[in-house]
Design a protein. Structure first.
Length: 280
């Protein structure tokens, strides 16, 4: 009768297991890691059969192989394990479900950091017209110290002329991404992680994959200008929106980073004090 003793906890157990398996499948689908996982699963089934049949010699051999195999799997799957743990602990992934911003949707905005949106849009419009490739990373809360260390540190205000000088085709800093933190350019020529998402369209090039990869491992909004097509795009939370106009880019930056009008009850730099003001 124990088989039919199925409770709510058992249902949660099954659903969590199914979700974890689906999550792992989605992360590794299309990669060589998926073939290795299938191979390991087949070996595990054979091992279970051997143990059930009490085949002592083969069982002993497989036990010894398994003890070393765990270490070997860590080495083989090192890139995939690293990406999996980054995604699992990534604030941008968790914030979509548990963040205050989601709970108070359309009420709480990111506080303004004196981001010069008009200058960024002006520069991107110029890049698109002259087909100059560009990558601009705008984090919300993520610490990008590791990414900044891959490039050249700067400390300057945002202006279209400075961005033009950085991304000019013959400039020494043009090859890489610009990092903007708290409204200031803090680094250029930075190397971004490349997305390994196999579901991306074939037309997505390395610059766009780098922008997507950055948005996968951080809460950054990444602006991408295509050198080949003269097209403005942006990436956030691992997705990408291509072929936008300068006006659409401006609206997106205001939505993501600017504080909205106080008349509609948006919390500004007042923090918690501003929140209580909503209920007066």
């Amino acid at each position: 009768m124990g088989f039919f003793n199925f409770g709510f906890v058992d249902l949660i157990d099954i659903l969590l297991t199914a979700y974890i398996l689906y999550f792992v499948y989605k992360k590794f689908k299309g990669s060589t890691a998926m073939n290795i996982i299938v191979g390991v699963f087949i070996i595990y089934i054979i091992w279970m059969v051997v143990r059930a049949l009490n085949m002592s010699l083969i069982s002993t051999i497989m036990n010894n192989v398994a003890s070393v195999g765990l270490l070997a799997l860590v080495v083989v799957f090192h890139p995939e394990i690293r990406k999996f743990l980054l995604d699992l602990g990534n604030k941008s992934s968790l914030s979509k479900f548990f963040s205050i911003e989601r709970i108070f949707h359309k009420v709480i905005k990111q506080p303004a950091e004196e981001l010069n949106i008009s200058e960024i849009v002006k520069a991107c419009d110029s890049f698109a017209q002259h087909k100059v490739g560009a990558l601009i990373v705008l984090p919300s809360h993520s610490d990008l110290t590791a990414i900044i260390e891959t490039g050249e540190r700067l400390d300057c205000n945002i202006s279209a002329r400075i961005l033009d000088a950085i991304f000019f085709k013959n400039a020494p800093l043009h090859d890489g991404a610009v990092i903007v933190v708290k409204g200031r350019i803090v680094a250029a020529k930075c190397v971004l992680p490349v997305s390994s998402n196999m579901d991306l369209p074939k037309k997505i090039g390395l610059r766009h994959r780098s922008g997507i990869g950055m948005s996968e491992v951080s809460d950054s909004l990444v602006i991408i200008v295509s050198e080949e097509r003269g097209e403005i795009s942006y990436s956030e939370y691992g997705g990408i929106v291509t072929g936008i106009t300068p006006e659409q880019l401006s609206d997106k930056l205001k939505e993501r980073f600017a504080v909205a009008d106080a008349d509609i009850g948006v919390i500004s730099n007042g923090g918690v004090k501003g929140m209580f003001g909503l209920f007066r």
